[in-house]
Ligand binder design. Structure first.
Ligand SMILES: Cc1cc2nc3c(=O)[nH]c(=O)nc-3n(C[C@H](O)[C@H](O)[C@H](O)COP(=O)(O)O)c2cc1C
Length: 162
């Protein structure tokens, strides 16, 4: 029977399994940061666009206010540890590229790193943004996309194991 419920109980029932991504941004000092994100979506076919929702208390928010580019990375199935690292530590205190021993090469748009071991990468330029409560939705136009044919997509299936 449908009954009124707490949002947290309803959401816990519906949000898994989920795709989880990483967003690469540029720090004000010129280095790069990584954040784990579940709140992202494709928003336009032509031109191709993706939106990502970033909390205003995240270091990634500061980075995006400073430099208007992000790489949206779709992780490979074996990258669970990197998703945990980037989802539970802030770039204010940790260089996640070194801590996660991330291998990468410079992309073609703004030289933001493309992760060598990921499944796919979309190089985006922020074209608009919308405040959404305690997050900001950044809409990015995709300029270049990358695919690693040897990899499979990571799915976030279980709170305990991800
Ligand atoms: C599975 C998972 C999904 C997440 N999704 C988001 C998200 O969509 N947006 C967001 O702002 N933070 C999200 N977070 C939290 C950030 O990844 C986390 O706060 C991170 O430490 C922020 O890093 P930063 O301060 O370097 O930007 C998620 C965390 C996890 C573990």
């Amino acid at each position: 029977m449908m009954q009124i419920s707490e949002l947290s109980s309803s959401y816990a029932k519906v949000h898994l399994p989920a795709k989880v991504a990483l967003a690469v941004t540029q720090k004000p000092d010129g280095n790069y940061n990584l954040i784990t994100i579940e709140w992202f979506m494709r928003t336009s076919i032509q031109p191709p666009m993706f939106a990502i929702s970033i909390g205003t208390n995240r270091y990634s928010y500061e980075c995006l206010e400073h430099s208007r580019y992000f790489n949206l990375i779709f992780p490979a199935s074996e990258q669970k540890a990197l998703l945990s690292l980037c989802g539970s530590n802030s770039g204010r205190e940790m260089d996640k590229f070194s801590a996660g021993e991330v291998s990468s090469f410079p992309g073609k748009l703004h030289k933001l790193p493309v992760l060598t071991e990921a499944l796919a990468c979309f190089e985006c330029e922020v074209v608009t943004q919308v405040r959404s409560g305690d997050h900001v939705i950044y809409v990015g136009q995709v300029h270049y996309s990358w695919l690693n044919q040897d990899k499979e997509l990571f799915y976030y299936r279980d709170n305990q194991n991800s």
